[in-house]
Structure formats: C-alpha cells, structure tokens
Ligand binder design. Sequence first.
Ligand code: CUA
Length: 228
Amino acid sequence: STWANLGLQDSASPLMEQLIFFHDHALLILVMITVLVGYLMFMLFFNSYINRFLLHGQLIEMIWTILPAIILVFIAFPSLRLLYLLDEINEPSVTLKSIGHQWYWSYEYSDFNDIEFDSYMIPTNELETDGFRLLDVDNRIVLPMNSQIRILVTAADVIHSWTIPALGVKVDGTPGRLNQTNFFMNRPGLFYGQCSEICGANHSFMPIVIESVPVNYFINWISKNLNS
Ligand code: CUA
C-alpha cells in the first residue's frame, strides 16, 4: 500500500485477485443504480406532470419490483461463488498456526517440531530508517511462495483477527475455537497485515509481516531454525 491509496492493495494471491474482480463488478452495478436513481430523483423536481386520477400502475410496479431482484441475482451468484472459493482448502503443503494475544501474535509451524515464536511490533523509537512505523515486527513469518498454505487461527485471551489485505485473508482468532483458511502467494515479497478485531488498548499495535520466499529459501530457513 502507498500513501493516499483509497482502493484495494495489489493482489499477491489468486483469491485476492478474485476479490478485486468482484469488488469492481459490484461497484459498477452500484454506480449504474446510483446514477439512474439520482437522475430520476433530480428530474422529479423539474417536471410538471400531474394526474389527479392516478392511483396505481400494475405494469410499472411489476417491472420495478422484479428488475431490482434480477439485478441482485447478478451480485448474489458471483458473491456465492467467491464465498465457496475462499472456503476451499486445496491440499496445503504447509500449515501455520497463529495465536492472537493482547497484544502480539505468536506462531507455530506445526509441521516442523519446535518452531514457534512470538511476533511483536517494533516500537517507533527502535525502528530502522527504512522500517514501516506501526507495521514492522521483530520476528517475521517466513512462508514459501507458489505453495498452498493453510492458516489456523485462534486466540489466547480475547478475539483478534489475522488480516492480510494483499492476500485476501481475514480470519478471526477466537478463544476456544480454531479457524482455518488458506492462501497461495504468487510472488515474493513482504506482505503486511494488522489485527482487525477491536481487541483492547493496543489493538493497533499488533501487525503481521509475511516474508514470501522461494521454496528452497524456506527449507533453508526451516532447517536453520530446527538446529538452533
Ligand atoms: Cu488483536 Cu485487535
């Protein structure tokens, strides 16, 4: 994301791409309706059509009841398609468990024994000159790109939300529950996210950073951490 970016971030996963397509589709329908209704309301003020005997018009009422229903179907079906697409788990090759705490995230790589760590926001006064204020963390998540990844989200105290805009991921971490989602990162880079469930005084200060790296880098990182 960059300054004054009011739209969605560029996608880094196929699911986010689909979400952007759906957003644009819905927005287009919304603009068309707004323009039409706005035009009709505006024109009402400037015509002088009067009919003292007009009580009902069965045909026009049929049309303006059924037509909006048909338009809504064009939003409902793509929306439903996306919903099921987001819920599909496509044989993940890595699983990451993230646990929300007040106010930091902790992570466990359940496929590899003993890899678990906490991830705290870097305070502004300790930030590097090229660091992102309120967004960078001390321990980043490292995950392989071009691989299907499963995320398990839960929380230890109150409800948090594990949210990464560029990947189209937003899952609530709820105490006593284990939620699941998945994503596929189609490019390398750093992907930033934040907690997005109001979880207390320092809710704004528990960001998420993913390092998307090639698979062999990921394996190196895993084996390095296994040995230590
Ligand atoms: Cu954790 Cu908001």
